[in-house]
Design a protein around this ligand. Structure first.
Ligand code: HEC
Ligand code: HEC
Ligand code: HEC
Ligand code: HEC
Ligand code: HEC
Length: 152
């Protein structure tokens, strides 16, 4: 019983400490920040990328600097080291995907759900092969194997 309680407690702690710093999209998007201010899509736009810590520090050198979470953020920023965010959406390496191509035709919400209302990002939408193919069917986009695996 005691062991069970301890392991349940452990699981809860793990859930609560999902990310190294409890960043909330809801809090920040309420201020009118736009997705692409933090998630730039450089080059060919395969990745949506994570913001540089210096971007956060434009506000947090002054805002909430007494918070232990902001102090941790400031330490990463001072070391010019990225915060080790835990990935929520991640494809295996053998799948080709481009953010730039998709965001030209569909919204972020189609694949990531209602991020603007989320305190903590969880996987709201599947990124399985079936999910990709269903949407390609719907939009009459190709579904040949090589389209997503080893494209020319
Ligand atoms: C102020 C900067 C900022 C803005 C604005 C912002 N994000 Fe984020 N986003 C982050 C940070 C930091 C993380 C990593 C922490 C986390 O997962 O919550 C993240 C993580 C994510 C992830 C999880 C990616 C993964 O695989 O781990 C998604 C999806 C995402 N953001 C979508 C959005 C969308 C959609 C918008 C606009 C509605 C948006 N973000 C606006 C900073 C931002
Ligand atoms: C068609 C579906 C789709 C759309 C639309 C989409 N994403 Fe993603 N997103 C994904 C997939 C799939 C991944 C995992 C990519 C990987 O691991 O290579 C991902 C990963 C991410 C990540 C993690 C970092 C990265 O680039 O791998 C962030 C941040 C993110 N998306 C933000 C956004 C934002 C912001 C938008 C809107 C501007 C958006 N996404 C639109 C499917 C989508
Ligand atoms: C436009 C200014 C602005 C930017 C940019 C910004 N924040 Fe914030 N952040 C705020 C404000 C305002 C609050 C809410 C303060 C409050 O609760 O009174 C906040 C709250 C937080 C908190 C909660 C702190 C606590 O202990 O209550 C964290 C963590 C945080 N931000 C992390 C980040 C991260 C990480 C980034 C960069 C990805 C970032 N912020 C970018 C303005 C900003
Ligand atoms: C919400 C609908 C939707 C989802 C979900 C979706 N796609 Fe797409 N995808 C499209 C559309 C529409 C196009 C065609 C865009 C165009 O014609 O410019 C496309 C185009 C592509 C392309 C071609 C890129 C290029 O360079 O032209 C690839 C590769 C691709 N998708 C892979 C994926 C993968 C992998 C997933 C799942 C992780 C996925 N897609 C999920 C709608 C979607
Ligand atoms: C629209 C994009 C897309 C197309 C088209 C596509 N795949 Fe996939 N495929 C994926 C994604 C995404 C994954 C990774 C799924 C995951 O990790 O859940 C995947 C995974 C796989 C895997 C690994 C095993 C598995 O199920 O996870 C194999 C094998 C595979 N695909 C074969 C094929 C074949 C054969 C075709 C043609 C009939 C094809 N794929 C067409 C997106 C696609």
């Amino acid at each position: 019983m005691r062991l069970l309680c301890l392991s349940l407690l452990g699981a809860l702690l793990l859930l609560a400490q999902d990310q190294p710093i409890p960043y909330s999209h809801k809090t920040h998007l309420k201020m009118g920040l736009k997705c692409n201010e933090c998630h730039t899509m450089p080059g060919k736009g395969e990745a949506a990328t994570f913001p540089a810590e210096s971007k956060c520090m434009t506000c947090h050198t002054a805002i909430k600097k007494e918070s232990k979470h902001i102090q941790l953020l400031a330490e990463y920023a001072a070391r010019k080291e990225p915060v080790p965010w835990v990935r929520v959406y991640k494809l295996p390496g053998f799948v080709w995907f481009s953010h730039k191509v998709h965001t030209a035709v569909v919204d972020c919400a189609q694949c990531h759900g209602n991020v603007a209302e989320s305190e903590v990002i969880k996987k709201e939408k599947p990124i399985t092969m079936n999910a990709c193919m269903a949407c390609h069917d719907e939009h009459k986009a190709p579904n040949e194997c090589n389209f997503c695996h080893n494209p020319a």
